[in-house]
Design a protein around this ligand. Structure first.
Ligand SMILES: Cc1ncc(COP(=O)(O)O)c(C=O)c1O
Length: 288
């Protein structure tokens, strides 16, 4: 567990970090968050994560409490104070900003109250390649969430419910379908491979623009693999040669079974092997 955490300007032991029950993050889920991977103590994709944080803040009309330099200095201090975690091959910085503590429970925004700013170092078990390549199982479920899924909001009750539907069905995860189209996973983006072309839904208010999604697209394009960012009809999942779910902590997970049927003969496909090799090279280059 994290040792020293950051809360509103102070560094303190996790057990001493306390937030009021009147905090709007607690009462309304009125906040946004980010998770930034750290490899061998190095922050990965910092600029992109800070940009996505800014987008989330803009969308919920919350001022960014810190400049990019101040965020960087906060993360460096936090990593310095958590050498045990930060010294591991992989960890992550979790940060959360809520609209702060108001005297009354009232939906109306009053900018006179300062936000609550919290950050901690999270332990991450490095995804083991043998384990990832074993693949995951999934079902398709109706994506009943709101039309603002591009915001990395702490209001995750929809995602929690959808993940639980998957778990109740005895599978690892769910692929979400809105109006017959694939959106994303409960905490990941979705790719399919058809005839050696990589396809993923375009960014929109129906999904979170994943940093891993961007990276996979970039790696593929740099290696002359065709990529299409376009709508994916639910029926295309049945015809797909491969299906993957991507996120910073899970990397590129091959789906080997969907709705009880084998995908790519029930094992990780050749395109997954190819892209995962390139992704691991990218990780090595960050460490070096
Ligand atoms: C709903 C959702 N979509 C996609 C992602 C993938 O984002 P990233 O690749 O930046 O981890 C996440 C990550 O947590 C997520 O929660």
């Amino acid at each position: 567990m994290p040792g020293t955490v950051y809360l509103n300007g102070d560094y303190l032991p996790l057990e001493d970090a306390k937030v009021s029950v009147m905090d709007r993050g607690f009462l309304f889920g009125d906040g946004v968050y980010e998770v930034i991977p750290v490899y061998d103590g190095k922050l990965v994709g910092l600029k992109k994560h800070l940009q996505r944080l800014q987008n989330s803040l803009d969308r919920v009309t919350l001022d960014n409490p810190l400049s990019a330099e101040q965020w960087l200095s906060l993360f460096s201090s936090l990593l310095d104070k958590n050498t045990e975690q930060a010294g591991q091959p992989e960890s992550a910085i979790y940060l959360q900003i809520t609209r702060g503590v108001y005297p009354k429970r009232d939906l109306v925004i009053d900018p006179q109250y300062p936000p609550t700013v919290f950050a901690m170092v999270l332990p991450v078990t490095p995804p083991d390649l043998d384990r990832i390549s074993a693949g995951i199982t999934a079902i398709t479920v109706d994506d009943f969430r709101w039309n603002a899924c591009d915001i990395k909001s702490t209001s995750l009750i929809g995602n929690v419910m959808l993940k639980q539907q998957a778990r109740a069905a005895g599978v690892d995860d769910a692929i979400l379908i809105r109006d017959g189209l694939v959106t994303e996973g409960t905490a990941s983006n979705v790719f399919l491979v058809k005839d050696e072309v990589l396809v993923t839904p375009p960014t929109s208010r129906c999904l979170l623009p994943g940093i891993t999604r961007d990276l996979v697209i970039e790696i593929a394009k740099n290696n002359t693999i065709l990529v299409e960012e376009r709508e994916i009809k639910q029926g295309e999942l049945d015809q797909a040669d491969e299906i993957w779910m991507t996120s910073s902590t899970r990397e590129i997970a091959p789906v080997i079974q969907l709705d009880g049927k084998a995908v790519s003969q029930g094992r990780a496909g050749d395109m997954w092997k190819h892209i995962t090799g390139l992704y691991q090279q990218y990780k090595q280059s960050i460490r070096a």
